[in-house]
Write a protein that binds this ligand. Structure first.
Ligand code: ZN
Length: 140
């Protein structure tokens, strides 16, 4: 009779053999199957991630123009400052803005980033040029 004890005993006796076989199966069949699945469904997987990131951006109120690499940065800054524009307090179309502009050596760092909405960001552009020039002449 093949009871649980029988299988336990069989497993203990042949543990190494069984594990070796499992590993072999994984390395040959399992892995190949997974790689093949990924290759065959590349477009489907990409589409899945595209939709996933789109949903995440929508949940956080982040602008469509913000690329995926910046989303994690935005999450950090949102955690610190809250999910709204620093100037007009809107919660829609949020973007990242450098306090000290990049063009004059402002860093892509935690302390140099703030949240602005797209409208304020564009309005801020002229201020930015002014700011850039001021920085430039101050530190010349
Ligand atoms: Zn705003």
């Amino acid at each position: 009779m093949q009871t649980k004890e029988y299988f336990d005993e069989y497993y203990q006796k042949n543990k190494e053999k069984i594990l070796k076989k499992q590993k072999e199966y994984y390395n040959n069949v399992g892995k190949t199957k997974r790689v093949k699945y990924n290759e065959d469904n590349r477009e489907r997987i990409n589409e899945y991630y595209r939709i996933y990131h789109k949903k995440r951006r929508k949940e956080l109120g982040i602008s469509e123009r913000v690329n995926e690499g910046k989303v994690s940065w935005m999450k950090k800054i949102i955690k610190r400052d809250g999910a709204f524009c620093k100037k007009c307090k809107t919660t829609k179309d949020l973007t990242l803005q450098h306090i000290k502009p990049r063009c004059i050596g402002g860093e892509y760092s935690y302390d140099n980033l703030e949240i602005l909405c797209q409208t304020c960001n564009i309005k801020d552009y002229h201020q930015l040029v002014k700011k850039a020039l001021t920085y430039y002449f101050k530190n010349k």
